[in-house]
Design a protein around this ligand. Structure first.
Ligand SMILES: O=C(O)CCC(=O)C(=O)O
Ligand SMILES: [Fe+2]
Length: 197
């Protein structure tokens, strides 16, 4: 894969990173378009019997009939928009991976976040490759070994960067986007996935 650097911040964590996959102008144009054209939702999740809105907005797009369960509900993919098609083609020119859907997250400020999790659902198959595009505010992403919480690291995700989580990343590690209260700017992240079943 041309232009990707291999990141291996801790043993066994395999990432590929393309820091300026989109230039600032392209990234800004996609951000603006996605912010207004995507059907953003804020699902309610039940945690210990209490209902909470998820701390960000989300949307799921992809091939017809692809379904994905997140935030406690099954979602059917909304068909690719023109912008998503353009991003998808650009990613497919640079990587050998297949994907049939994208989960989008909209962080309204540094107060929005995503807690520790792994994208290791059965429907993604074993060792799923997750391709993640970053638009808007630069945020930090943390990784930690599921079994040994001392084994951890953080990376910065600047605007226009593309991060690929490879090999057994989802099986061995959790990741999160922590709250960063001093960040006031919005951010959109897209994670392209191959839902197998
Ligand atoms: O916002 C991000 O960079 C990460 C998103 C993520 O981990 C996910 O959608 O599963
Ligand atoms: Fe994730």
């Amino acid at each position: 894969m041309k232009n990707f650097i291999k990141l291996n911040p801790i043993d066994e964590l395999h990432l590929a990173f393309f820091p300026d996959f989109l230039d600032q102008q392209q990234a800004d144009a996609f951000f603006k378009d996605l912010k207004s054209s995507i059907e953003w939702e804020q699902p309610i999740v039940k945690i210990f019997g209490k209902e909470h809105p998820v701390p960000r907005k989300v949307a799921f797009y992809g091939e017809p009939d692809v379904q994905y369960r997140y935030s406690g509900q099954t979602h059917t993919a909304i068909p690719w928009t023109e912008s998503l098609q353009a991003i998808k083609s650009k990613i497919q020119e640079s990587t050998p991976y297949e994907f049939n859907s994208v989960l989008l997250n909209f962080y309204r400020s540094g107060a929005d976040k995503m807690g520790w999790h792994a994208d290791d659902e059965k429907v993604l198959g074993s060792n799923p490759v997750i391709i993640s595009l970053n638009l808007g505010a630069e945020r930090r992403m943390d990784f930690r070994d599921k079994k040994d919480h001392q084994k951890k690291c953080s990376i910065q995700l600047p605007v226009g960067s593309l991060l690929i989580m490879l090999e057994d990343c989802q099986h061995r590690f959790h990741h999160q986007i922590p709250m960063q209260k001093r960040i006031k700017e919005e951010r959109i992240n897209l994670t392209f996935r191959q839902i197998k079943y």
